[in-house]
Design a protein around this ligand. Structure first.
Ligand code: PGA
Length: 253
């Protein structure tokens, strides 16, 4: 059966020293009070090699926030999937709306990134979601369908089953505005239905679909209680151990 996951996305925050302190504090909090779900922290590239050895692997997994769409070579400033994997990281966020909007990442580019991540043993946390105008025009299903089709529907069912999805309505990211539990459930169920159509019911039932966008300790329980919401991708609240742990604890009775 699919896993419940709470993943943090640190974005472009924390110096190396601050990142090590945050990971150390989180590790202490979660080793003394074990989570009921899988916990992942996705950090800036430069933190990865320092953070992976300080977290208890049985409790916290580490991921990157991006990787290159090329395997290696003359691509100044890029970081490849194999480099990410060599740090001990196991996950990589791909297709975050900030990457799509500010760095021109298209479905075709993301398809390459997904293939390279998988080839290097990384689990992609693949983000999809609509902007406000698309939601207001009632086009959210069409938007997420196209994002899935453009980057993931060419995969084999075996490869697709290695992916974690994150539905993140762009209008809810960092805005304090959260999708309601009903809005989240409705589109998560839609996403699962199109996966079932493409890859079969078993694959769909086993795919973890996370919700992201202003998730906090105060709303996590209600969001995660939905049958098709399997956890969260957490931005701002992942920068505080108290808040992040509060969200993780939403999976406790
Ligand atoms: P937020 O970000 O929790 O700060 O809204 C979520 C994300 O962008 O993954």
């Amino acid at each position: 059966m699919r896993k419940n996951i709470v993943a943090g996305n640190w974005k472009m925050n924390k110096t190396l020293q601050e990142g090590i302190a945050l990971a150390t504090e989180l590790n202490e909090a979660l080793t003394s009070d074990k989570p009921n779900c899988e916990v992942i922290i996705c950090t800036p590239f430069i933190h990865l090699a320092s953070v992976t050895p300080i977290v208890d692997k049985g409790i916290i997994a580490v991921g990157a926030e991006n990787c290159a769409d090329k395997a290696s070579g003359a691509y100044t400033g890029e970081v490849s999937a194999s480099m990410v994997a060599s740090t001990g990281a196991q996950y990589v966020i791909l297709g975050h709306s900030e990457r799509r909007a500010y760095y021109g990442e298209t479905p075709e580019i993301l398809k390459e990134k997904v293939l390279l991540a998988l080839a290097n043993g990384l689990t992609p946390i693949f983000c999809i979601g609509e902007v406000l105008e698309e939601r207001e025009a009632g086009k959210q299903n069409e938007v997420v369908y196209n994002q899935l089709e453009g980057s993931l529907f060419g995969l084999s069912a075996e490869d697709f089953s290695k992916i974690v999805l994150a539905y993140e309505p762009v209008w809810a990211i960092g805005t304090g505005k959260t999708a309601t539990a009903e809005q989240a459930q409705e589109i998560h169920a839609y996403i699962r239905s199109v996966i079932a159509k493409q890859f079969g019911k078993e694959v769909a039932d086993n795919t973890s679909i996370l919700y992201g966008g202003s998730c906090k300790p105060s709303n996590a329980k209600e969001l995660f209680a939905n049958p098709d919401v399997d956890g969260g991708l957490i931005g701002g609240a992942a920068l505080s151990v108290a808040d992040f742990k509060g969200i993780i604890d939403a999976f406790k009775a």
